[in-house]
Design a protein around this ligand. Structure first.
Ligand SMILES: Nc1ncnc2c1ncn2[C@@H]1O[C@H](COP(=O)(O)OP(=O)(O)OP(=O)(O)O)[C@@H](O)[C@H]1O
Length: 253
C-alpha cells in the first residue's frame, strides 16, 4: 500500500523506558521526506534510543511510529540503519563486498544466492561512498572512516529511502568527516531522508537541514537557527554554557 504523505517518519507520543526509567518521554515529531536531519542532545539524552525505537529495536511503553504513512510494524525494510562503529565486530573475516551485499538480503529469497541485480546494487553503493577499489579487502584492514563508509554502502544497497545513522562522525579525522558528509549529501540528493545522531554542536548548523534537540523529551525540531537558541540549549545542556554560547556566536556571524 502506498500512502501519499510528505512525511518520512511520524513519531507520536513515544515513551521508551529501560528498567522502568524513561529514556524518552512523550516525544512527537514529524520528519519530512528528503531532509538531512541531525539528532542532537547531551550524553544519555535518548538519541540512540530514538533511532532504535524507529527501527523497532526497542519496544515503546506508549506511542506509535509511522514510516511513510504506514505503521512501522508493516514497513519492514523501508528503513536502513548504520550502527555505531563500536557496535560491530571488525575482526569478523568478511570482505567489503560481502558486507555491502548483506544489505540486499531482505530482497533475496532464502533459497537463492545474490543475483546480478544484487551485485550491481552493491557495487553502485560502493561507488557512492567512493570505496570501489576496496571491494575485496577484509573489513578489519580498513581505517575507521573507511569502515564507516562501507557500512553506509551496506545501508544504501538495501534500497530504502530512509537511512538512520548513529554517530557516523565519531572518532574520524577532519578529512574523513568531510568525506562522510559528502556521502550524506549525495544520498539526500538521490532522494533519501537521513536521520543522523550527532554530537558536535559546532558543526550541527552547517551539516544539517533540520535539527532535532532531545533530552528525554523533545525540546525543538526545525531549522538550525530555530533550534540553536540560547534558552533552549541552556535548558538542555545546563552547565556547558560556554560551548553553546560559542556556537550561537558562530551561527550569527
Ligand atoms: N539497554 C539499556 N539498558 C538500560 N538503560 C539503557 C539502555 N540503553 C540506554 N539506556 C539508558 O537510557 C538513557 C538514554 O540512552 P541513549 O543511549 O539513548 O542516549 P544517547 O543520547 O544516545 O547517549 P550518548 O550520547 O551518550 O550515546 C541513558 O540514561 C542510558 O543509560
Amino acid at each position: 500500500m502506498i500512502i501519499d504523505t510528505p512525511f518520512a517518519i511520524e513519531v507520536s507520543n513515544l515513551t521508551v523506558s529501560y528498567n522502568a526509567r524513561p529514556a524518552l518521554l512523550d516525544v512527537s515529531v514529524r520528519i519530512e521526506k528528503d531532509q538531512l536531519v541531525g539528532v542532537i542532545g547531551p550524553n544519555g539524552a535518548g538519541k540512540s534510543t530514538f533511532i532504535k525505537a524507529i527501527l523497532g529495536f526497542v519496544k515503546p511503553d506508549l506511542g506509535t511510529v509511522k514510516i511513510k504513512g504506514i505503521h512501522a510494524k508493516n514497513a519492514k525494510g523501508q528503513v536502513a540503519y548504520v550502527p555505531q562503529r563500536g557496535a560491530v565486530d571488525w575482526d569478523f573475516p568478511i570482505t567489503v563486498q560481502e558486507v555491502v551485499l548483506m544489505g540486499r538480503y531482505q530482497q533475496i529469497a532464502w533459497y537463492n544466492s545474490p543475483c546480478k541485480k544484487d551485485r550491481s546494487a552493491a557495487m553502485e553503493a560502493l561507488d557512492m561512498v567512493r570505496m570501489t577499489n576496496f571491494a575485496h579487502r577484509q573489513i578489519g584492514e580498513l581505517s575507521g572512516g573507511q569502515q564507516q563508509r562501507v557500512f553506509m554502502a551496506r545501508a544504501l544497497a538495501q534500497g530504502s529511502d530512509i537511512l538512520l545513522l548513529d554517530e557516523p562522525f565519531a572518532g574520524v579525522d577532519a578529512a574523513t568527516e568531510r568525506a562522510i558528509l559528502d556521502v550524506l549529501e549525495r544520498a539526500k540528493k538521490s532522494g533519501k531522508t537521513l536521520v543522523v545522531v550527532h554530537h558536535d554542536l559546532s558543526t550541527a548548523a552547517e551539516y544539517f537541514d533540520k535539527l532535532l534537540l532531545i533530552k528525554q523529551r523533545l525540546y525543538a525540531y526545525g531549522e538550525p537557527d530555530i533550534v540553536l537558541q540560547e534558552d533552549l540549549l541552556s535548558q538542555v545542556y545546563e552547565g556547558r554554557l560556554k560551548i553553546f554560547k560559542d556556537v550561537i556566536k558562530k551561527e550569527r556571524s
